[in-house]
Design a protein around this ligand. Sequence first.
Ligand code: F6R
Length: 612
Amino acid sequence: MCGIFGLITKKQDVPVARLIREGLQRLEYRGYDSAGVALVNDGNIELHKEKGKIVDINKNGALDNLKGNFGVGHTRWATHGPPTAANSHPHMDCKGEIAVVHNGIIENFQELRRKLTERGHEFKSETDTEVIPHLIEERIAEGDDLKTAVMNAVKVLEGAFGIVVCHAHTPDYMVVARRESPLTIGITPGETTYCGSDIPAFLPLTRNAYILDDDEIAILKPGEVDIFTLDGERVERDYITVQWSIDAAEKGGYDYFMHKELHEVPQKVREQVRMPQENIDAFARTIMEAEHVYITAAGTAFYACLAGKFQVTRFGKIYIQAILCSEFRDALEDAIPENSVVIAVSQSGETADTVEAVRYAREKFNAKVCSVVNVVGSSLTRYSDHVIITTAGPEIAVASQKAYNTQVTALTMVALRIAELKGYLDKEEVQKYKQAALKVADVCDEIIENEDHIKILAEKYAKKPNFYFLARGVSLAAACEGALKLKEISYNHAEAYAAGESKHGPIALVEDGFPIVFIAPPDSTYDRLIGNVMEMKARGGIILSVVSKDDEKIKELSDDIIPIPHDDDPYIIRLSAVMYVFPLQILAYFAAVHNGFDPDKPRNLAKSVTVK
Ligand code: F6R
């Protein structure tokens, strides 16, 4: 997730560079580790890019003083390659005549890069993006005009992209294209055209916006837009007039960032499933070669560990011990055996206890560290032998949701790879599981489309002071996460237990009207869970169950259900972790709003906990 802003205008004496820099600053919530701007100036490209926040980069006017008539800028959230000047956008072709900014992930960039290198192209960055200007360069050398060159170049890209392309020798237009990553166009007809990853980027300048669909490209001229399919067919579309305030626009029209980010979960899960195999490989092999494997994190990230560890054991037949990072040192004092691996999971990569746990294991016991992190270049990545970057992108809401779901997905992909390397699953079966993981994202889409049902339930239950969340097996992670989310943003007291454990104490509190949330996918735990539902019901508990849409037995015993619309397919059922937790995160969100709390900023909590 990055921010893109560009403009092309007919107006004379417009401070093009300053307007682009200001547009980028309005998008900094999408990424803020490095930034750059490229302007087309009289047959040349003027470029400045650096690591850091825009305000620091522009301290001496480095961005504002660029000369040119039109151009584009980018504020980066690193995915491929750490935040450095070389990895910042815009990226250029060999001759420095084509500038490209990109938001998304090019899945086949390694293969494209290898072929381009063989054909003599020189790369200056570690990014996936840099293949794009080189592909366009080749097409232009073969005689394509810029529009046709971009069209042909993006046809060979696999993955997600929103791109903007400027060419030093094409003085009258720039080109944008998108697939699965956002890109919007703003227009003051007859005068100026803007492009931005989100509408807020150009909202102070115009309220007229075109929304591009997947696999469309557009030619941006001053105050004029032509949209085409990738096959060159013209698309007739009118602009819309946006009524949002800037604040609402930053939130994509949602009332809160958390709601916007919950709506992004399906796409983020899809991107995680499609992450490059190479990233998983080294990670999986390191775990396989270890004699002892630990997994550690805090809060929601720890619950992602619980789900992930379960999948590694299920598919890869490797037992992993999960230890809270704040307990890691005390639990393992002088007892980490040789040849151990610690898997650390963190959104920020800065959680002090997580960083301390891995440093302790690494420095004192020579343990290897594999981490699953959302922020490239964060502290945790510096102490890791192998890193998987989650595809959540910046998460503004304090409570994790995109991060959790991508962490679980990433660990599931690792589990599948281990199973494949060990010969427990063949290639075909792994492929079936990957398809099922993509279907999980589709199921999450359906869940969010029907979120009104969850809202009604949230409003019904929001005032209840106490809750139990009960589940078995992998769903215990969902129970823990569901309870934590409700507690931290809606301030209801909620405890999660392994359902079998509930009769060893917790049941004493259950009386008429006590709400109990059961997470009950149709897996091997289902029949045993029915007994726990009956025990709670017999004591007057109100039962809210998360069940398959085809469920009959638990549905009959429940007061309310959240149906999960998945097929009766063993592959998808074994990947239940994400789709059964997602509605609980939505439930907590609506309960918080109903109770009058700001779900983006829960009291006493911070996004990054850098104290022990
Ligand atoms: C809860 C939440 C926290 C974090 C925890 C770890 O919604 O977000 O529990 O999961 O503070 O943070 P990271 O993942 O940054 O290490």
